[in-house]
Design a protein around this ligand. Structure first.
Ligand SMILES: Nc1ncnc2c1ncn2[C@@H]1O[C@H](COP(=O)(O)OP(=O)(O)OP(=O)(O)O)[C@@H](O)[C@H]1O
Ligand SMILES: [Mg+2]
Length: 221
């Protein structure tokens, strides 16, 4: 692991998320340091996506506190949360969530439009980085699953986020594409970015600095 100086990047205290009758996350308390690679693991329905969505400011908790990059995110209103997310967090999903009628290049540039920087060269550079420079003008339907996931990683990286969150990023990929995607995460980690990955894959589990294990909404690590 690279030198981090142990700066806390994500600190949860008694973080709780209830959906009506279901308590998806119960009093979760943990710390993730700057530059750490942390894997979230646990059975289906245990609360992994719920936790990742809270860290990613896609959702707000029903209790507890969550400090991300020095900001108490539970106190932000929806508009502030969206802005905070764009400036600090890159998200990668298992289902790629690409816009079907836009090309690979345009799908990456959509993330830039929020920042009003229509910088095609930056988007091309991000796609070059993930090895998709030869597929810039292909639609998602003309790309393989591995290629689509790499476009999504380029999209997540376009605003230079400190924190990369990924929910089963290799869940839909074969071994070769899984390796290609994991190589990108290794590189991002070596650059000092903070990486949090939800995975069922024990091989990925072994790759990180630590594992946050969740069972029935309870965090153990
Ligand atoms: N929007 C929602 N409304 C109601 N219940 C929800 C909602 N989202 C998740 N849940 C419930 O919260 C619990 C945790 O769900 P979550 O999606 O976090 O699990 P997970 O660990 O990501 O599972 P998987 O490995 O299958 O993706 C589950 O019981 C689920 O049914
Ligand atoms: Mg999930």
């Amino acid at each position: 692991m690279q030198e981090t100086g142990l700066i806390e990047m994500i600190t949860a205290k008694n973080l709780t998320k209830k959906y009506d009758t279901t308590c998806a996350l119960k009093d979760a308390s943990f710390t993730i340091e700057k530059g750490e690679w942390v894997n979230i693991m646990g059975p289906s329905g245990s609360g992994k996506t719920t936790l990742l969505n809270l860290i990613g400011c896609l959702d707000s908790p029903t209790g507890g506190s969550l400090l991300v990059n020095g900001i108490e995110t539970t106190k932000l209103n929806q508009k502030e949360r969206t802005r905070f997310r764009r400036e600090n967090i890159g998200l990668v999903f298992q289902q790629f969530h690409m816009i079907p009628h836009l090309t690979a290049l345009e799908n990456v540039m959509v993330a830039q439009y929020f920042h009003s920087i229509e910088d095609e060269e930056e988007a091309k550079k991000a796609l070059l980085r993930v090895g998709i420079e030869h597929r810039l003008h292909h639609l998602p339907s003309q790309l393989s699953g591995g290629e689509q996931q790499r476009v999504c990683i380029a999209r997540a990286l376009i605003n230079q986020p400190q924190i990369i969150l990924a929910d089963e990023p290799t869940g839909n990929l074969d071994k070769k594409n899984e390796e290609a995607v994991l190589d990108i995460f290794r590189e991002l980690h070596s650059e000092g970015r903070t990486i949090v990955i939800v995975t069922h894959n024990p091989e990925i589990g072994e790759m990180g600095d630590k594992i946050i294990q969740i069972s029935h909404g309870e965090v153990k690590y």
